[in-house]
Ligand binder design. Structure first.
Ligand SMILES: [Zn+2]
Length: 237
């Protein structure tokens, strides 16, 4: 079978815990909910593809291809709510999907109402105007100074975090005229090169509160809580 197998969030967490005995159920559930919220908000993989929610929950935000290295899913799990625009509680997922495609085929104009009649509930879009505004700002943000160009070049291409890179970041991040949407975009993508800057910066300055704050913000988009706690412990906070 090719494509994703839709699974309910509970199912996914249970399956994951069965295979990863050391994992904590609440943490896994929170990570899935977080990835799902990001997906609903239109956060995408660094490559531009939509997020693979199930994979993003355990591997950090990314699309299926970037996370697994495979071109296409082949029976891999995906959270059902991310497979379509609606959410349902049914035991027999395949039957429900067959029912949905039937309704959509036969009632292309009013499938929404028909689906509701059939017992499907549309999930409330958690519309967050501030978040939407941020996304718009980030979309149009481009490097405006040489320093921003240097920084964005590193964030896009990576490489060793040399002193100049760290300085470019610190200068940009804490300047009065900081191009915040430009940098925020990389936080939301859980950009690995940005993570490298933060971790290197903290390795050199374990008590730098601003870098700790940044790492904390970054961790909202990446499953790296362990590393975060490690740094907070080192800093004695
Ligand atoms: Zn990708």
């Amino acid at each position: 079978m090719s494509g994703f197998i839709p699974v309910r969030l509970n199912q996914f967490v249970e399956q994951y815990l069965r295979k990863n005995k050391d994992a904590d159920g609440d943490t896994v559930r929170a990570a899935v909910e977080d990835a799902l919220a990001a997906w609903r908000h239109g956060v995408r993989c660094a490559c531009g593809n939509p997020l693979w929610v199930a994979g993003s929950a355990v591997a950090g935000y990314g699309c299926f291809t970037c996370i697994t290295g495979s071109a296409e899913p082949d029976g891999d799990p995906e959270i059902d709510a991310a497979c379509d625009g609606f959410f349902f509680e049914a035991n027999d997922t395949e039957d429900r999907f067959a029912q949905v495609s039937e309704i959509m085929k036969n009632h292309p104009r009013d499938y929404r109402e028909r689906l509701e009649e059939a017992g499907f509930a549309w999930q409330d879009d958690e519309y967050d105007p501030l978040y939407e505004e941020e996304i718009k700002e980030e979309h149009v943000a481009v490097p405006e100074t040489e320093n921003q160009q240097r920084l964005v070049h590193f964030l896009n291409t990576g490489g060793p975090v040399i002193r100049q890179v760290l300085d470019a970041y610190l200068e940009e991040r804490y300047s009065e005229t900081s191009n915040l949407p430009l940098i925020r975009k990389y936080f939301k993508q859980a950009n690995p090169n940005l993570k490298a800057i933060l971790l290197n910066g903290l390795a050199a300055n374990p008590t730098n509160l601003e870098l700790l704050d940044d790492l904390s913000y970054f961790s909202e988009f990446d499953s790296m809580l362990g590393e975060l706690i490690h740094f907070y412990t080192d800093a004695g906070i």
